[in-house]
Design a protein around this ligand. Structure first.
Ligand code: ZN
Length: 462
């Protein structure tokens, strides 16, 4: 399998890694991504889930009030999170078996994990989602070892990362924890009793609601639109219960970090890859639109240089995450991504160079569900481009629920944002030429097989 071509590319990568400037002091990084968490579920974003640990992180750092995922489902969003580029650059448009990975970051792209590993960091993986792994964004990461049983209750849900932190030997680290919940099904195991659901007000047994999810996605899409308000409120409470369980896991991690004396020397980032719909625009689960319930996510971070209690109002998106982290960790050896460093916003106080009213964020998802649709968001508006060439325009501040399409009433805004959309689409097309999906047919088949096994395990496919 080792061709001369491959070796040459590996050598080129090595050269660019060697050029990475050694930073001092070498600050640690703990990146926590939780799947499917819409921002407005969290108390610090005005939501009703009780999330003292996540919101406590915001108190000692920065909270981005309007943060967008660049796609409404995992693989393209993960591609943006880890590369700092819009997801369309990584779309695998080649035909292949169904359930082929739709997004793929080529090995030739040098990611932060690889750059930090080359500089002597431990780059470790705790929990992980197979959908993320299959986008090939975990370059540079190695799985952390599973600690011996029985697992310490204090490390519940975060055993690998927790144990690493507890026995930390001073090597700088970049750790990634990707929690699958609150992804459907909303099982809320262990806390169902406390939710005090009234079975007489449900048209089916409670277990029907706690097992709706990807395995039973057609059932969810069929039944949810006909549910009563009470039934929908039960679905939401089950989801919130899962969010609260994630908050406990985050709390466990932060406690171990503190006990190990690592708080002052570690950037902690908390975010999600996309949101979840509960019928706001007639849809449930995710992946099917660019409305806020599917695309607005939490983004909170704390660490050296970040002023406690900072709130940033200007819209940002997750393509800005890697550029920001690279900037903070002084990694200056990687290619320029489409996202921008938000470092100037982290010290509190008023706006900065990045705070431009016209700066727009691009949302796209060229997959089988909404192939060809995309959207652009700026400080005031969101423009969604439909498959039929029509567009919808929403005023973000006057109409946060996105219920009134203003496209017919504000043609000047539409044409300005269409132009912005065209500009970003052109930029992404130029980038796609630099990326290629799979090096060989054998690579492709291997990834398809792995993907299929993982998707089966998750219940996405039979
Ligand atoms: Zn996801």
């Amino acid at each position: 399998m080792e061709s001369g071509f491959r070796l040459t590319l590996a050598a080129l990568c090595a050269v660019s890694l060697v050029q990475c400037r050694p930073a001092s002091p070498r600050t640690n990084l703990l990146l926590i991504v939780t799947d499917t968490l819409r921002a407005d579920a969290l108390a610090c974003y005005g939501g009703s889930a009780h999330t003292p640990n996540i919101c406590g992180l915001a108190d000692r750092g920065v909270l981005f009030e309007v943060a967008y995922a660049n796609a409404p489902w995992t693989p393209p969003s993960a591609a943006s999170i880890f590369t700092g580029n819009y997801p369309t650059a990584y779309a695998n448009l080649s035909s292949g078996p169904s359930y082929a990975p739709s997004f793929w970051v080529s090995d030739e792209e040098v990611l932060l994990g690889e750059a930090l590993r080359a500089r002597g960091y431990d780059v470790g993986l705790g929990s992980m989602s197979v959908l993320v792994r299959n986008a090939n964004v975990l370059q540079g990461f190695e799985p952390l070892p599973q600690p011996p049983d029985p697992i310490d209750a204090a490390l519940s849900g975060v055993a690998k990362t927790g144990e690493y932190l507890r026995s930390h030997d001073g090597t700088p680290f970049f750790l990634l924890e990707w929690f699958m919940d609150p992804h459907a099904p909303y099982e809320a195991s262990g806390v169902l009793e406390q939710l005090e659901v009234d079975p007489s007000r449900l048209s089916r047994p409670l277990v029907f609601y706690t097992t709706l999810g990807h395995q039973t996605e057609p059932r969810m899409r069929e039944h949810a639109p006909e549910m009563s308000d009470y039934e929908l409120s039960v679905l939401r409470r089950l989801y919130f219960a899962e969010v609260e369980r994630i908050d406990e896991k985050v709390g466990n991690l932060l406690r171990v970090l503190d006990e190990a004396g690592l708080r002052q020397s570690t950037y902690v980032v908390f975010t999600s890859d996309h949101g979840e719909g509960f019928g706001e625009h007639g849809t449930f689960l995710h992946g099917v639109s660019f409305h806020d319930e599917l695309t607005r996510v939490p983004w909170i971070m704390a660490g050296p240089e970040i002023a406690p209690g900072t709130r940033v109002e200007m819209p940002v998106s997750l393509v800005d995450l890697m550029p920001t982290l690279r900037d903070l960790l002084a990694v200056d050896c990687l290619n320029d991504p489409q996202g921008r460093s938000l470092r100037p916003l982290l010290r509190g106080g008023a706006g900065t160079a990045t705070d431009e009213p016209g700066h727009a964020h691009y949302l796209a998802s060229p997959d089988k569900l909404i192939r060809g649709m995309d959207a652009v968001v700026d400080r005031n508006y969101k423009l969604i481009a439909m498959l039929n060439g029509r567009v919808a325009l929403y005023d973000r501040s006057e109409d946060p629920g996105e219920l009134h399409d203003l496209a017919g009433e504000r043609p000047d805004v539409v044409s300005r944002m269409r132009a912005e959309l065209g500009r970003i689409r052109g930029e992404k097309d130029a980038r796609r030429g630099q990326n290629f999906a799979f090096r060989t047919e054998a690579d492709k088949l291997e990834v398809h097989e792995r993907s299929l096994r993982g998707l089966r395990a998750l219940g996405y496919v039979e």
